[in-house]
Design a protein around this ligand. Structure first.
Ligand code: HEM
Length: 328
């Protein structure tokens, strides 16, 4: 730890001393989120969104594990199994609405978290690795959210899978075989649903692993602060606990209240009604639209309408991936 003035952990009783010599977990907690981790004293509320993103990830994993107990990844029954969760499973509706709206809230807090980084220059030395790992998390989040949306096998699920895997077709030579490899066939079908389910379950745990690296790489230099000038000594910092545990606790409360308002009073506000129609490969919806958190990227994708040297579709794909990669 690079703070010579940080408070030192001393075990309070003989059990904690015994523990400290064998598995120093309490010491790790003390030095990471306890009184032993000095934090700039002038952080504003924008520095609360990392913890909120962590809370959102936990909500997604917990509700997702319960949903997985009742969901069936077979194109014949996937849609019905989601309705079964909504109507028959005790509190199934709550788990599903928390999971669906939780995904939106996850993106809201992560977008604010990213914009904080861009605005205050959090990506600059010595925090480049924090930023790069953050972007890895963001890409994994996008993949996870996309595959999760396909699982209920509604009309938007099916056609989103069709459109997004269709993007890969724009890549010269390998495009078509690549699309078939991703789908496990010529069109979205059972092979697509089962592999998306498998990956949708796996990736959040990969995200959790990268989050640990993200916070590890942050805790070496410590947080930046709104002035952009790094802390120089104890006069510039306060211990994480109790000051930032309290401040984070308060915003977690606000976050949960906002999520509850949506879940209990307008649970389908951010969703698309067409996804309550079962997937039908013979009927293309009038408008195929992604979830709101992909709109900026979808707009970039669709912005190219003229074939110029390369096909318009390929320009769209290049620009869309470019708009993410440029953040690196
Ligand atoms: C699951 C998603 C994420 C979690 C749980 C997470 C967690 C955190 C936490 C707890 C902090 C310290 C508190 C704070 O500064 O807010 C932090 C800092 C930071 N995060 Fe994230 N993060 C996530 C995604 C991202 C993404 C997508 C980016 C950027 C592309 C990013 C970039 C940063 C940077 C640059 C900092 C250092 C901020 C500073 O000290 O100025 N994070 N993150």
């Amino acid at each position: 730890m690079s703070f010579p003035w940080a408070a030192q952990y001393t075990p309070k009783n003989s059990f904690m001393k015994w523990m400290d010599e064998r598995l120093p977990l309490p010491r790790l907690v003390y030095n990471s989120v306890g009184a032993g981790y000095p934090v700039p004293r002038n952080l504003n509320y924008f520095w609360n969104f990392g913890v909120l993103a962590g809370v959102a990830l936990v909500i997604q994993i917990v509700t997702g594990i319960v949903l997985a107990m009742h969901f069936s990844a077979d194109t014949g029954v996937a849609f019905a199994s989601v309705e079964h969760i909504m109507r028959d499973v005790n509190s199934g509706w709550l788990m599903r609405y928390l999971h669906a709206n939780g995904a939106s809230f996850f993106f809201i807090v992560v977008y604010i978290h990213i914009f904080r980084g861009l605005y205050y220059g959090s990506y600059k030395p010595p925090r480049e690795m924090v930023w790069l790992l953050g972007l890895v998390i963001f890409l994994l989040m996008m993949a996870t959210a996309f595959m999760g949306y396909v699982l209920p096998w509604g009309q938007m699920s099916f056609w989103a899978a069709q459109v997004i895997t269709g993007l890969f077709e724009a890549i010269p030579l390998i495009g078509n075989p690549l699309k078939q490899w991703l789908l496990g066939g010529f069109a979205p079908d059972n092979a697509t649903l089962t592999r998306f389910y498998s990956l949708h379950y796996l990736l959040p745990f990969v995200i959790a692993g990268v989050v640990i690296l993200h916070i590890w790489s942050l805790h070496l230099p410590g947080s930046s602060n709104p002035t952009g000038i790094d802390v120089k000594g104890p006069q510039d910092t306060i211990p994480f606990h109790p000051y930032y545990t309290a401040k984070d606790g308060w915003t977690v409360g606000v976050f949960l209240i906002a999520l509850s308002i949506l879940v209990f009073f307008a649970p389908n506000f951010l969703g698309h009604p067409d996804n309550y129609i079962e997937a039908n490969p013979l009927s293309t919806p009038a408008h195929i639209v992604p979830e709101w958190y992909f709109w900026p990227f979808y707009a970039v994708l669709r912005a190219f309408t003229v074939d110029f040297i390369l096909p318009a579709k390929l320009w769209g794909v290049i620009a869309m991936f470019g708009s993410i990669i440029i953040l690196l």
